[in-house]
Design a protein around this ligand. Structure first.
Ligand SMILES: [Zn+2]
Length: 142
């Protein structure tokens, strides 16, 4: 989080964006999780699926959810828990050329908390940008 923004403001603004797009945080999280799971499954060609190029980078340690009740000692269990806490990802939409990158933890933050990281951080994944990347809502192909 940047110091000049409150968590409540960021959550409210992102919720407004999702409402305007007509999609839910779970829609975004599910589509992103599907791509990451496929990329991690090892089925060749494991990094290409449905028009996407997915690069997974394994990170040392584990990204801990900041909403965890005791983040120094235990991972968050909200919304089914954290599934991709040891990877970073970069995804390219081969049809549009758009690409985004982010931490694996973001799938949990989006699904369980409706949080896309603060706008002042390098970890943020813009919800509208993610919807466009994943071709959801108004960006869905006809
Ligand atoms: Zn959490």
């Amino acid at each position: 989080m940047g110091w000049d923004e409150s968590l409540a403001d960021v959550l409210a603004q992102d919720a407004r964006v999702l409402h305007e797009l007509g999609i839910t945080a779970v829609d975004l999280a599910s589509a992103l999780e599907d791509l990451l799971a496929a990329a991690l499954s090892g089925d060749p060609p494991h990094n290409q699926r449905e028009g996407y190029l997915v690069d997974i980078h394994l990170t040392p340690g584990f990204q801990i959810c900041p909403f965890a009740p005791d983040p120094d000692h235990a991972q968050c269990t909200a919304g089914g828990g954290v599934r991709f806490g040891s990877v970073d990802w970069r995804i390219r939409n081969k049809r549009t050329g758009q690409h985004l990158k982010g931490p694996g933890l973001i799938t949990h933050l989006i699904r369980a908390h409706g949080f896309f990281e603060g706008t002042g951080t390098p970890y943020r994944v813009d919800p509208a940008g993610l919807a466009r990347l994943l071709e959801l809502g108004p960006f869905a192909r006809a």
